[in-house]
Ligand binder design. Structure first.
Ligand SMILES: [Zn+2]
Length: 166
């Protein structure tokens, strides 16, 4: 994988993303516990969002994933190109959904926002900056191809490009 981080201080490996820049969508106030997201039903408990049973008398506040979905403001973009990729679109989308499901089970706020195709490009958007890396790695693992990773630290945005022509 080529690391072409736009940041002045490119990092490598799994520590590529250190959340030194705060997610602008993460609330700065401490949420009351328990809080339930009216968008997705995630429950904020013990300092993190989980898929717990809805507690009685919970506060309601939109989680940052639902907030981003409402604003149509993704944190991650996976751009998929190439003749092979387009010919195997269904398998790629299936793989992406499968990986999303596994990620989301553990991290409720890591989700796919949308999958769109235009001008010979498939674009997957995500609510967080971690899922794109997972999807990119899964694509490379399953289908080889060329994977590139960009992290724009200043804007808290991740872009993955995956290409396979033949
Ligand atoms: Zn939510």
């Amino acid at each position: 994988m080529k690391n072409q981080g736009i940041s002045n201080k490119p990092r490598r490996g799994d520590r590529l993303i250190r959340e030194q820049v705060h997610d602008p969508y993460k609330t700065r106030l401490k949420l009351p516990e328990p809080t339930v997201c009216p968008g997705c039903g995630a429950v904020y408990h013990a300092g993190r969002w989980t898929w717990a049973e809805r507690p009685t008398g919970a506060h309601e506040e939109l989680c940052q994933a639902c907030h981003r979905i409402r604003d149509k403001y993704p944190a991650g973009y996976i751009t998929i190109r190439g003749a092979f990729a387009l010919a195997h679109k269904d398998e790629i989308v299936h793989l992406a959904r499968h990986e999303e499901g596994r990620e989301k089970a553990e991290h409720p706020l890591h989700r796919i926002m949308g999958i769109a195709e235009s001008d010979g490009t498939i674009q997957i958007t995500t609510t967080d900056i971690h899922l794109p890396r997972r999807l990119g790695d899964a694509l490379e693992h399953a289908f080889k191809g060329e994977l590139e990773f960009f992290y724009e630290e200043e804007t808290y945005l991740v872009r993955i490009h995956w290409t396979r022509e033949e």
